[in-house]
Design a protein around this ligand. Sequence first.
Ligand SMILES: Cc1ncc(COP(=O)(O)O)c(C=O)c1O
Length: 444
Amino acid sequence: MTTTKSPSATTDLTREVREKHKKFLFPATIQYYQEPIVPVEAKGLRLRDADGNEYLDFFGGILTVSLGHADERVNAAIVAQIGRFAHVSTLYPTLPIVELAERLARLAPGRLEQSYFTASGTEADETAVMIAQLATGSTEIVALRHGYSGRSMLAQSLTAHSTWRALPTQVAAVKHAPAPYCYRCPLHLTYPSCGVACARDIEELIRTTTTGRVAGFLAEPILGVGGFVTPPPEYFEIAVGIVRKYGGLFLCDEVQTGFGRTGGTMWGIEHWGVQPDVMTMAKGVANGLPLGVTIATPEVAASLKSLTISTFGGNPVSCAAANATIRIIEEENLPGNAETMGRLLREGLEELRRRFPKSIGEVRGMGLMQGVELVEDETAGNRTPAKALTARVFEEAKKRGLLIGKGGLEGNVFRIAPALTVGRGDIAEALEILRESFSAAGAC
Ligand SMILES: Cc1ncc(COP(=O)(O)O)c(C=O)c1O
């Protein structure tokens, strides 16, 4: 079967949207593909552009459309809420916000019971850092190299990718620990004989670069933008143990890994058996509507004593969408589907790695969060990031009707993360397109 499609002719609408985007938006607003697609309609995992091309969407608006596009049950909840009212601000308690807060308190691990709602992951992480500082009386925060927290001043200081930083570190209280990136160990060691030295290094980091007391450790269970870097099983127990010894809280960023994405569990961190003191969520929580959540223990939540408001935070429409999304994730056991389908996807990607042993250095991730790192020649031990090849495969996949994501410091990691509702047929189709795209791009 060949799935190469002849791209349809570029329509006036596509041309107009691309031109206006270029003219009226900040030039730094990153777009995928040499010729960006202009989506006009999407349903489930299928997306159509303004030229009539159809795509199988295996990136879901950056791991955000958990149930697939335009889910009718979520749409019905949104429409019903808009019909009642769209906005009143957090100055008035609403049914959707308390329903969501109660639901999250039930689902979140341990004693994480009280939520603060914002409109993005950036704000969720900001809130987490703020309450950790207030609760501990310390200011310094340990974050991870290759981590990503968003685009505010603090979030950019937490983010450890030069490519995503417009300004130098603005918040001096942030200290970056080495990433648990076994494929490219920053300490040049090999797991497991390394003894998870990257986690143990946090003690040295705290003792040498801070006042000796920290407010917390903010980390993603799987480093998303970093290229789905997946820490070894012992990592969080060791890292969090050290942070707690020096007075800090564990701030777990579940913006990408939350809501069943990693398969089998609701939260990514459950795979590491460590309980966070604060957790942040966004992306997949509301199937595409903007919502950020910071959930904390009652003691930590109580440390924020000033007046505080987020105009759009916990917007009733976003909360209604989130309530419907999470209800369906639970009722249909989508973490279970993410585990089963994730295994299938992983097997197919491992098979791809065997077929292209030079170009594919590593396949990693969990559930429906699978990364494929491309290098110059793995068989010869040359792990130089294969940036040009990655870009070619990316374009070839698009040509054949498959949308995937990219990540990693050098942009040489594919991020493959379809909606949690993905089926066997979709996975078989995506793998076939990937096989053809790697061949067509000259992978070997
Ligand atoms: C792990 C993580 N945290 C925080 C953010 C920031 O979220 P937002 O873009 O909604 O501000 C992102 C965004 O990609 C993310 O991946």
